[in-house]
Write a protein that binds this ligand. Structure first.
Ligand code: SAM
Ligand code: DTB
Ligand code: SF4
Length: 315
C-alpha cells in the first residue's frame, strides 16, 4: 500500500495538515485527488425521502425529529411503485445512483421486505442503490446485501466528544456498530458528517481521524454543511467559515485518497466559486435534484450550467 493510502493517521498529523497555509493544503489535496480520480468528473446521485418525518431521535439539526416543531408535513412509508417512478426520472436526468432515506431510528423487520423490493427495482433500472434507514442489525445488513444494495449511508456527524451534545437518543458507539454490520455484510460504506453544528475545528479533524482510521476507509464520505431548519435547536447557528469548509474537504481527500468525497447538503447556499474550490480540493460527488430529503438542493438546471462552465463531466 502506498504511503498516501496508509490506514493509520495520527491526530497531530491531521491537525498539522489542516492548519497548513491554505494554498499548500489545497495544492496537496488536489495533487492526491488527480492521482486517484479523474479531476474533471463528478459522480451524481439523486436522493428520495421514502418515509418523511416523525422520527423519535433528537438530532438537533434535523427537520424530521418529532422533538421539534418544524412544520414539516409527515408522509407515510411510500410504495415501491412511487419509488420506481422517481428512480426512472432520476436516471433520465443522468443520476447513476439512487439513494433512499427514511426518518427511522432503526430498521424494523416488518419493513425489510418492502425495502428490499425497492432496492431490486432500482437495480433493475441499472442504477446503483443506496439507503439510509438508521441503525441496522447484522442480519438485516445481510438481507439488504442479498437484495443487491450497493451503499448504506450512516453518518458519524462529528467527533465522539461533541456527538452527545448533538444527539442524546443514541451513542457514537451505536453508529459504529451499525457501520461494522454494513461492512461485514459486504455493503459499501457511505459515512461522513456535518459542519455547522457549533463544533470546534478539532471536532472536524477528529471526525476525519475516526473515518480515516476505520479498518477500511468508507468508499463515500459525505461532507454536509448544516441546512438550518426553523424550529430545530440549531436554526440560529453561526455559519461555517467557507475556508474551514474547504479545508475539511481537503483533509478528507488527503486522509482518504481513494474515497469519493461528497459535497452534500448545503450547496444551495454556496456560490459557484465556492463549489468549484471544493471540487478542486477533492470533492467528486454531489446530490443532484431539486430536493435533498426535506430541504432545497441546488437546482438541476443550475447544476447543469455550473458543471458545463467548469467542464466537469457528470458520471
Ligand atoms: N434517519 C437516518 C439516520 O439518521 O441515519 C437516515 C436519514 S438522516 C436525514 C441522514 C443524514 O442526513 C444524517 O445522518 C445527517 O448527517 C444528515 N442531515 C440531516 N439533517 C441535516 C441538515 N439539516 N443539514 C445537513 N445534514 C443533515
Ligand atoms: C448525507 O450525508 N446527506 C444526505 C444523505 N446523507 C442522506 C441528507 C442531507 C439531508 C439534508 C436535510 C434534509 O433535506 O432533510
Ligand atoms: Fe431521525 Fe435521521 Fe433525522 Fe436523526 S437525522 S432525527 S435519526 S431522520
Amino acid at each position: 500500500m502506498s504511503d498516501e493510502v496508509k490506514k493509520k493517521w495520527g491526530l497531530d498529523e491531521l491537525e498539522t495538515i489542516y492548519d497548513s497555509p491554505f494554498n499548500d493544503l489545497i495544492w496537496n489535496s488536489h495533487n492526491i485527488h488527480r492521482k486517484y480520480h479523474d479531476p474533471n468528473a463528478v459522480q451524481i446521485s439523486t436522493l428520495m425521502s421514502i418515509k418523511t418525518g416523525g422520527c423519535p431521535e433528537d438530532c438537533k439539526y434535523c427537520s424530521q425529529s418529532i422533538k421539534y416543531d418544524t412544520s414539516l408535513s409527515l408522509e407515510k412509508f411510500l410504495s415501491v411503485d412511487e419509488v420506481r417512478e422517481q428512480a426512472i426520472i432520476a436516471k433520465n436526468n443522468g443520476a447513476s445512483r439512487f439513494c433512499m432515506g427514511a426518518a427511522w431510528r432503526n430498521l424494523k423487520d416488518s419493513n425489510l421486505q418492502k425495502i428490499t423490493d425497492m432496492i431490486k427495482e432500482v437495480k433493475k433500472l441499472g442504477m446503483e442503490s443506496c439507503v439510509t434507514l438508521g441503525m441496522i442489525t447484522d442480519v438485516q445488513a445481510q438481507a439488504l446485501k442479498s437484495a443487491g444494495l450497493d451503499y448504506y449511508n450512516h453518518n458519524l456527524d462529528t467527533s465522539r466528544e461533541y456527538y452527545e451534545k448533538v444527539v442524546t437518543t443514541r451513542t457514537y458507539q451505536d453508529r459504529l456498530d451499525t457501520l461494522q454490520n454494513i461492512r461485514d455484510a459486504g455493503i459499501k460504506v457511505c459515512c461522513g458528517g456535518i459542519l455547522g453544528l457549533g463544533e470546534e475545528k478539532i471536532d472536524r479533524i477528529k471526525l476525519i481521524h475516526v473515518l480515516a482510521n476505520l479498518e477500511e476507509h468508507p468508499e463515500s464520505v459525505p461532507i454536509n454543511q448544516l441546512v438550518k431548519v426553523q424550529g430545530t435547536p440549531y436554526f440560529d447557528n453561526t455559519n461555517v467559515d467557507e475556508f474551514d469548509f474547504i479545508r475539511t474537504i481537503a483533509l478528507a481527500r488527503i486522509a482518504m485518497p481513494k474515497s469519493m468525497v461528497r459535497l452534500s447538503a448545503g450547496r444551495d447556499s454556496m456560490n459557484d466559486q465556492m463549489q468549484a474550490l471544493c471540487f478542486f480540493a477533492g470533492a467528486n460527488s454531489i446530490f443532484y435534484g431539486e430536493e435533498l430529503l426535506t430541504t432545497k438542493n441546488a437546482g438541476v438546471n443550475h447544476d447543469r450550467v455550473l458543471l458545463k462552465k467548469l467542464k466537469i463531466n457528470p458520471s
